[in-house]
Ligand binder design. Structure first.
Ligand code: ZN
Length: 244
């Protein structure tokens, strides 16, 4: 396959010299992006093509360490860890499915600044509290659908969901220079009180109290759960339909 040079690509996700070894839009992953996001129309010549005609390099062909996967991922790297579903998907996680994010892609889809993201925020009522989430890709509607199903669970489940931990905040992930998906209004933290976060664990290892029924409802509507990460964050759900 003929490959465009890095210099010709419109937007690239890292700086420095890179050798493109492979360019592969036909790997079964690119098509998931096209299906999941209306803003993405195709993958061609190793580039994701957006509705407005702009392009982003898909696969930089580099072999990466875990640090590089987190900090210098290309779009294809976002699929490095498959997101597990169904029976057996609640075992203590070995990988970090969904934690690898090509930030320029999210900036392109949801807004390139706090102000740009805010223009697409709408207010929803989450178990009695008003919060702001993006309407892009129907995230607000999907969250309302999630809530309708959650409200049908026995009331004993509600303590995990309310009071809500938070939705939109333009901020970096703790200890990193990477923007959280909360910055794009496409993530929600449920009740912090019943949650476990790897940075708070002081090396005690994986733990979780969130019932799988709650997780499965979010997943049905395109949200991945931070409790399926080795670097776990069990209050956290984010809209990542390309991973299903
Ligand atoms: Zn979160």
């Amino acid at each position: 396959m003929k490959v465009r040079s890095v210099a010709k690509s419109v937007i690239i996700g890292f700086t420095g010299a890179a050798t493109i070894l492979a360019a592969n839009c036909n790997d079964g992953k690119a098509v998931k992006l096209v299906r999941a996001y209306s803003q993405i129309v195709a993958c061609k010549d190793n580039h994701i093509i957006f509705q407005d005609g702009t392009k982003m390099l898909y696969d930089d062909g580099r072999t990466k360490s875990f640090w590089q996967l987190l900090n210098q991922p290309d779009i294809e790297d976002m699929f490095y860890y498959p997101y597990p579903r169904g029976r057996g998907s609640f075992a203590p996680p070995k990988g970090d499915p969904g934690r690898i994010r090509h930030e320029p892609l999210f900036r392109k889809i949801y807004g390139d600044s706090a102000a740009a993201v805010k223009r697409n925020l709408v207010t929803i009522n989450w178990f009695g509290k008003l919060v702001r989430v993006t309407r892009v890709n129907g995230v607000a509607k999907h969250l309302m659908a999630v809530q309708r199903e959650l409200r049908a669970l026995p009331k004993s489940y509600w303590k995990f969901l309310s009071p809500i931990g938070g939705t939109f905040t333009w901020r970096y992930i703790a200890g990193t220079k990477r923007l959280s998906v909360h910055s794009f209004g496409a993530a929600i933290d449920i009740n912090v009180k019943y949650s476990a976060y790897w940075r708070w664990s002081r090396g005690r290892g994986y733990s979780n109290q969130i019932p799988h029924e709650i997780v499965e409802i979010f997943e049905r509507h395109g949200f991945i759960w931070g409790g399926k990460w080795k670097h776990y964050d069990t209050m956290h759900f984010e809209y990542r339909p390309e991973l299903f």
